[in-house]
Design a protein around this ligand. Sequence first.
Ligand code: FAD
Ligand code: ZN
Length: 468
Amino acid sequence: MTVPVQLLDRIRAAVDPAGWIGPGPDMAPYVAEERSLWQSASPLVVRPKSTEEVAAVVRLCADAGVAIVPQGGNTGLVGGAVARDEIVLSLGRMNRIRAIDPANHTLTAEAGCVLASVQKAADEQDCLFPLSLGAEGTCQIGGNLSTNAGGVQVLRYGNARDLTLGLEVVLADGRIWDGLRGLRKDNTGYDLKQVFIGAEGTLGIITAAVLKLFPKPRDRATAMAGVGSLTAALDLFQRVRGRAGDSLTACELLDRRSVDFVLRHIPGTKSPCRQRHAFYVLIELTNASVDGGLTSVAEEVLAKAIEDGLVEDAVIAASAQQARDLWRLRETIPEAQKHEGGSVKHDIAVPISRVADYIDAATAAVEKLIPGIRPVAFGHLGDGNIHFNISQPAGMAAADFLARRHDINRIVHDLAIEANGSFSAEHGVGLLKKEELERYKGGIETDLMRILKRALDPTNIMNPGKVV
Ligand code: FAD
Ligand code: ZN
C-alpha cells in the first residue's frame, strides 16, 4: 500500500523535527531484522516523544486507514516489528522513568525505556526488577510487554505479564487508555491490560507501564551439576526446588553439545567440570536475607545427589566471577551455535514432567529425518521451556539444510503439541509462526483472537498481518 504524501506531511508536522526519519541510511536500524529472514521497508519512521504525540499519529493514520508497525528495540525474533511499507512507530524516545514508588514496590516506565535502564533505576532504589534476557541492553519495556518476554528468572518471578500491574495504551482509534494503576488486587471487571500484553502490537500501542519491584537479593549461590541423563536433570531440579523452595531463581539445562560448541567458539570459557557429562544443570539460588545460608543449601543438596548417584559431578561458584563464568557458558550458546553453520531454532514448552521424554523423542525424530543433524537442547528447564535449536550436519551446505526447516519444524512442533505443550513459549508468533498458530490453535482459539482483533482494531491498522 502506498502511503499518501499528504499523510506523511501531517505525521511529520505532528512531531518535532527529531521525531521522524525518512528513507535513507538513518532508517537502517529500524528496517533491519534480527534473523535476516525478511526485508523490511517503510516510507517513514516516526519517533514520538509523548503519549499525546503517539495518539496524534495514530489518529492521523486511523483517519486515512494507513497501517502502523509499533517498534521497540527491534530485537524480536519472529519478524513482529518488520514493516511491509507501513509507518513504523518507534517508541525509543519515550524513555523516561515517570515514577518510582518504593513503598508500593513499583516503577512506572515509558515504553521506550531500554530494559537494562529499568533494571538500573530499580537497583538505584535498592530494589530488583527481575526481567532479564540476552537482549536487555537494546530491547525496550514496550517490546518486552508486547512479546510477554521470559528469560532466565521466570521460575521465581514469572514472565513480563506477571511483572506488570498497569498499562497506558494508545488504542487503534487514537484514544488513550490510562490504566496505570499500581494495584496488586483489583477485581473491577475484565483485566484489560492482559489483552495488550503479548499482543505483539496488533491491538494497540503500549506507551507506559507500572512494573513490580522486588527486594534485592543479598545472598546468592550459583552451581553447575553434571548429570548422565535428562531424567537425572529433572530429578535434581525437583530436589533443589523441594529443599530451596522459592530461593530457586533459575534452573537451566545445557546439553553436552551446547557446552562443546561454547568451549570451541567462545574465547575465555572453560569446562565447568573435570569430565564431560551428557547434560549440565545450572542452578541459581537467591535470597533477600543476608544470612549466607544458600551456599550450604546448595552444598547439601548436591552432596546428597552425588551420594545417591543422581549427579556425577558438581561445582559451586566460590566468587562472583566464577558465577559469571558459569552463566557465560549458558548465555553464549546461541552465539557459539552460529559458528556451526545453519540452524533452525525453536522455543517450545512442555509440562516440566515431560521434558525428558520430549527431548529424547524429538532428538530421535530429527536424527531420522536428516542423518548427521546436530540438535542442541538447552534452556529453561525449570519452566519446561527448551530451546531445541538444531544445527546442520557438519559439511552440509547451509542452504540445503535450511530448505528443510519446514520438515524440521513440523516434527519439533508436532511433538510439543502432542505433549500438551506450546510451539512458542518465549518469542511469540509475529510473521514467523503464523502458519503454526493456524495449524495448532485453529478453531475456537483463533476465532476468539480474531473477534478481539476486530473489536479493538476494526480497520486493521495495528501491525496488520502479524499473529492472526
Ligand atoms: P521489538 O522487536 O521492537 O518488537 C517486538 C514486537 O512487539 C513486535 O511485534 C512489535 O510490533 C511489538 N511492539 C514493540 N513495542 C511495542 C509497543 N510499545 N506497543 C505495542 N507493540 C509493541 N525473548 C524472550 O522472551 N526471552 C529471552 O530470553 C530472549 N532472549 C533474547 C536474546 C537475544 C540476543 C535476542 C536478540 C532476543 C531475545 N529475545 C528473548 C527476544 C526479544 O529480545 C524479546 O522478544 C524482546 O522482548 C523484544 O523487545 P523489543 O523492544 O526489541 O521489541
Ligand atoms: Zn530463552
